[in-house]
Each structure stands twice: as C-alpha cells, then as structure tokens.
Design a protein around this ligand. Sequence first.
Ligand SMILES: [Zn+2]
Ligand SMILES: [Zn+2]
Length: 143
Amino acid sequence: MSGRDWNRYFLDIAKTVSTRATCPRLHVGAVIVKNRNILATGYNGSAAGLPHCEDVGCKVFENHCIATVHAEINAILQAAKNGVSLSGSDIFVTHSPCINCLKCIINAGIYTITYDQVYRTHPEELLNQLGTRKLITDNTILL
Ligand SMILES: [Zn+2]
Ligand SMILES: [Zn+2]
C-alpha cells in the first residue's frame, strides 16, 4: 500500500471507532499508530462510570459538551493505562483536533496528526494561535 492508502486505511478504522461515541453532538474516533501497528484507539464519551450524553443529554457550557472526554485524549489515556509509549507515533482522527487535544497530542510525543475533516476551526489557525510554525500537508499536521 502507498502512504496515502495507509492513511485512508487508518482513517477508515478511526471512522469505525467513532461509531462507539456516546455524545450525540458529534461522533469522533481516533487511532494511534506506530510502524503501522495500532497502539490505542479512542472515541468521545463520558468519563468511566458517569452517565452518557445519549442517555441523559449533553452538559453544554459555552457551546461545548463538557461531559465528554475527547477521542484523542481517550486514545492517549488508553495507552497510559496500558503502559504504552506514544513517542514517535502518529494519530489518525475523523475530525481535526480542538486546541486542547492539539496541545495534549504534542506533549504525548506524537509526531503527526492526520484528520478526515476539519472540525470548527482550521488546524492552521489553531497552530497560529499557539504560535508555532508546524506544517500541514494533505490533512496531515507535522508536529
Ligand atoms: Zn455530549
Ligand atoms: Zn478535543
């Protein structure tokens, strides 16, 4: 498979992962990969043991559902829980990350973010807000 085909393969898996999301506002899926091995997956949903948005409704504050942990963070936490280093890995997400996830992805040591579609704010604008000169090519952010 070519590089582009691998991207499509992992984005399709992220899409499948997103079907587990429990916040009706948006279903997001994330897959963290290193050397084409999947290290962790995540979807957006409530913290473990807390009620799900789809059952009790979202808790919306300043136009964001604050009940959910974002897919990217859940994938990073799954790795943390299992003792898996993400240093030098790549993350594939159905939607471009929010500014908080972007910062956490950077600090997890992840090297690239590939997204299927832009969510709310274009990542280029988020990178500008953070004051970095990171590059984006073909929906991939090089961190
Ligand atoms: Zn919600
Ligand atoms: Zn986020």
